[in-house]
Write a protein that binds this ligand. Structure first.
Ligand code: S3P
Length: 184
């Protein structure tokens, strides 16, 4: 793994976006450490604020209400800089969120095919959009088709993670950021 120490404080936000199972949280936590940024996992934060699990919010109030909470939380939080956000897979569904992802920092798409994602996701009980699906790959393909254009619209950098493990994804992002730093 690249051993980079960032001496210059990073005063922007970094956003990780992508489908469920794209390793946003795993990579995000480590990246935030490496860059000395405050780490925010939007799902964890919503669970903390509401004192409810995401799956229970979906069950009790429905997806639309969850999206409202997600957008309200994200738009407000992303006003401050110096943070690393690992976002929920559906963050790009809101135009307001897409605007934030395009303007308030550097957005990385952790891309992966539905087949790869299906191989990575073992537990669907915590993922309300996947719990009732007979065929995980087909379900992921459908969600992927609905969202992929939005992901691309928001991303400044796209990392294709199909052939990677999390440490390589982390390395790749650090390499890109080092170039970005050297350029400025
Ligand atoms: C969702 C992804 C989940 C969570 C919720 C909805 C989605 O987050 O926000 O279950 O719509 O793709 P992860 O992408 O972190 O699993």
């Amino acid at each position: 793994m690249t051993n980079l120490t960032y001496k210059i404080p990073i005063t922007i936000n970094i956003f990780l976006i992508g489908m469920m199972g794209s390793w946003k949280s795993t990579v995000g936590r480590k990246l935030a450490d490496a860059l000395n940024l405050e780490f925010i996992d939007t799902d964890d934060a919503i669970e903390e604020v509401t004192e409810m699990k995401v799956v229970d919010i979906f069950r009790e109030f429905g997806e639309e209400k969850f999206r409202e909470m997600e957008t309200a939380f994200f738009v407000e939080k992303a006003k401050k800089f110096g943070q690393l956000f690992s976002t929920g897979g559906g963050i790009v569904l809101s135009a307001e969120n897409r605007n934030v992802l395009q303007k308030n920092g550097i957005t990385f798409l952790l891309d992966a095919s539905p087949q790869t994602l299906a191989n990575r996701i073992h537990n669907t009980t915590k993922r309300p959009l996947l719990t009732d699906s007979d065929n995980l790959e087909d379900r992921l393909q459908k969600i992927w088709d609905e969202r992929h254009q939005y992901y691309l619209e928001c991303a400044r950098h796209v990392i294709s993670t199909d052939e990677m493990e999390p440490p390589q994804v982390l390395d790749e992002i650090l390499k890109i950021l080092e170039v970005a730093n050297a350029d400025h």
